[in-house]
Design a protein around this ligand. Structure first.
Ligand code: FMN
Length: 266
């Protein structure tokens, strides 16, 4: 760059900025209301305004009803403190359509004069893709943990597929949330359709049992063969009162009888 004339350097740099996917503006805080003094072409294409319409104006014209007040405040404070700020906020194009703007504002001093450089990236597409992925993951998680309230105070979860530690942790959190939210007294986890990645997974259920016990609820595990139930009993502490059944139906009968006898006593 050194051998090039200043004019050529500026032209090249401008061409680089115009070819970039990132909108770039420069503002001059020594002028009233910190107006824009330069924009690259990308900013113009991104916002739909012409150069003439934006030069000399404060950049807040991009804001609208969906722009978060806290973000405006953050920018105001950072600019006053001459600090760099990076945030993602909702802005609006000239035609009124909204877009998500990943914005960085940075103070720059050149020969003792302060300027601010703003770089804007339209991340609307990435954001909507990310939201679609998150919604999808939520849906998959729900499908993997279908919690049903079969009768008042009783919830069942029929687990299918392969259980691993991560899925088990999700199950633990979801079931606790569900029990608390719906005031469930008896939770049944049916493992008929389940296969295991780990060696002694039934032991994990005692963790859910303990968590639910603290919340005043009971846990039953169903879909266990008699041999597995025997193995399970051997694996567990003698104190553990986690009850297993071969079928959900048997667990429900047990709960009905238990509730009836408790009501009878009280
Ligand atoms: C260099 C620079 C770039 C800016 N770019 C944007 C932008 O893209 N979108 C936006 O909503 N605000 C942007 N702002 C912030 C506004 O211009 C203004 O500073 C902000 O709304 C806070 O001030 P106010 O409360 O007086 O409006 C930018 C500010 C500077 C200094």
């Amino acid at each position: 760059m050194k051998e090039l004339t200043q004019k050529t350097q500026v032209t090249l740099l401008e061409a680089m900025l115009d070819g970039s996917k990132v909108g770039t503006i420069v503002t001059d805080p020594s002028q009233h209301d910190n107006p824009i003094i330069y924009t690259n072409k990308t900013f113009i294409e991104m916002t739909g305004y012409t150069q003439e319409e934006v030069i000399g104006r404060n950049c807040r014209f991009l804001q609208g009803p969906g722009t978060a007040k806290e973000d405006i405040q953050k920018m105001k404070e950072a600019i006053a403190d001459e600090k760099k700020v990076i945030l993602t906020l909702q802005n609006y194009r000239k035609d009124g359509s909204p877009f998500w703007n990943r914005l960085a504002i940075e103070p720059v001093r050149i020969e003792d004069k302060l300027y601010f450089i703003g770089t804007q990236t339209d991340i609307t597409l990435e954001r909507s893709q990310q939201q679609a992925i998150m919604a999808n993951e939520d849906e998959i998680e729900k499908l993997m943990l279908p919690i049903l309230s079969v009768q008042e105070n009783v919830a069942t979860v029929a687990l299918v597929g392969t259980m691993n530690l991560q899925r088990f942790e999700t199950l633990k959190v979801k079931i606790c949330e569900y029990v608390q939210e719906h005031r469930i007294e008896h939770a049944i986890i049916d493992i008929t359709g389940l296969s295991w990645n780990e060696k002694s997974p039934l032991y994990w259920f005692t963790q859910i049992y303990e968590a639910l016990r603290i919340m005043g609820s009971n846990l039953y595990v169903t879909g266990i063969s008699p041999a597995a139930a025997q193995q399970f009993a051997n694996d567990l502490d003698r104190d553990s009162r986690l009850i297993t059944f071969s079928t959900i139906e048997r667990a429900l009968n047990f709960i009905t009888q238990k509730t009836a006898s408790e009501n009878h006593i009280s």
